[in-house]
Design a protein around this ligand. Structure first.
Ligand code: LLP
Length: 385
């Protein structure tokens, strides 16, 4: 049982809901801030997709970071929360015209462009507005990250980015487009990456590409390395804040930055992952023919990661101090994949117990759905309880 949850306050709130420990979020942001000030050319953009709860965005925007957006909705959410448009980067393989226009109208810092077809559309829409759009080319570096197949993005087989071989050609095309200004290169190899060698491999790849460009006399002022730093799902209390010092120094060591070049990061999971917990109530304990099921009122509609990626989240019965027993923790949704964990040991369960599903601050609330006509889970930060 974990005691530093405000469990007495949880009893009055309708479950399931997300609880965000704003103290931990602020501690995490302070560390990021402190670590990045060691490098004068580092710029942080929070990846809105990880958690776009307005209360979370409000806190993050107070630290002066930019925002990484992947849709018009995210651009709007970032602006509403106080992120300056001049620090917004916008990526995505399928940007609609209205989304591009929203970016142009707000003079966002940069469009991370994923194809020449998209480049031409941005040029047309920018020319209709008499504007010049800043773009960075998202390059597919063909580097595998040691993570789940569904969340690796930097391989040639993935839909993301422009092929490395097409880089010079793409830059060449862009020089003929009057309403486009190429200001950088963008990369992102995947998410939940814990092996720093993956970031080292990306750095080496970027170094090679920069050499290639230099031969053509091209120097771009911005290198965006994307996000991807993972969190400790097994031991959230031992490592509540990821090793940002090690992460940033890996790039400082391996990425060869040219004078005056800026390095941009798009951090999502590592910022918000550990501060969020899905709080759910135990409905029933059911004895199957050879298993014991703990049926909770949260389901895959509230947190889809275990069903979608077989992702591990630590689960605790924060109401009980009794001996541990082995359960499958399952939700109420009419899908066999609505399982949070199989054969795990937690303190003996009783109807009404509060169960905490940990490390759910990233890609939790944002990925919730209303399947089975369920209500979307609400999110509360510490100050609201
Ligand atoms: N930049 C780009 C271009 C991205 O595609 C992503 C994440 C990020 C930054 C932020 O990555 P992070 O720092 O959070 O690793 N739903 C999955 C994760 C999908 C990640 C999508 N892209 C999950 O629940 O594990």
């Amino acid at each position: 049982m974990r005691t530093n949850f405000p469990i007495n306050k949880f009893h009055n709130i309708k479950t399931p809901f997300y609880y965000y420990d704003s103290g931990l979020l602020r501690d995490t942001l302070n560390i990021i801030y402190k670590e990045t000030t060691k490098y004068k050319n580092y710029c942080i953009h929070y990846a809105i997709k990880a958690n776009s709860n307005p209360k979370i965005l409000k806190i993050i925007s107070q630290y002066g970071f930019g925002a990484d957006c992947v849709s018009g909705g995210e651009i709007q959410a970032a602006i509403d929360a106080g992120f300056p448009p001049s620090k917004i980067v916008y990526a995505g393989v399928g940007k609609s015209d209205w989304e591009i226009n929203l970016g142009l109208d707000n003079n966002i810092f940069c469009f991370n462009v994923e194809s020449t077809a998209e480049l031409e559309v941005i040029n047309t829409l920018a020319s209709q507005r008499n504007k010049v759009a800043n773009v960075a080319f998202r390059i597919n570096p063909n580097i595998g990250a040691h993570t789940h197949a569904n969340i690796t993005t930097g391989l040639a087989e993935n839909k993301f980015g422009i092929a490395m071989d097409d880089l010079e050609k793409t830059i060449e095309i862009s020089t003929r487009l009057k309403n486009i200004s190429v200001i950088g290169l963008h990369f992102h190899i995947g998410s939940q990456i814990l092996d720093m060698d993956d970031f080292k491999a990306l750095s080496n790849r970027i170094n090679d590409l920069q050499c290639r460009l230099k031969q053509h006399g091209i120097v771009l002022p911005n290198i965006n390395v994307g996000g991807g730093l993972g969190i400790n799902y097994e031991h959230p209390d031992i490592e509540p804040i990821p090793d940002f010092a090690g992460y940033f120094s890996t790039y400082a060591k391996h990425l060869r930055i040219l004078p005056d070049q800026k390095v941009h990061f798009e951090l999502g999971r590592s910022v918000v992952g550990q501060c969020g917990t899905l709080i759910t109530r135990l409905l029933y304990v059911k004895n199957g023919s050879y298993k014991k099921f703990a049926i909770v009122d949260a389901g895959m509609t509230d947190l889809i990661r275990p069903a979608l990626y077989h992702a591990y989240h630590k689960i605790e019965n924060i109401s009980s101090n009794e001996e541990v027993e082995t359960y499958d923790i399952v939700g109420p949704i009419c899908e066999s994949s609505d399982v949070f964990a199989k054969s795990i040991e937690i303190n003996k369960c009783h109807r009404g117990d509060i169960i905490a599903i940990r490390s759910a601050g990233a890609y939790g609330e944002v990925m919730a759905s209303q399947y089975n006509c369920r209500e979307l889970p609400k999110g509360y930060i510490t100050e609201e309880l």
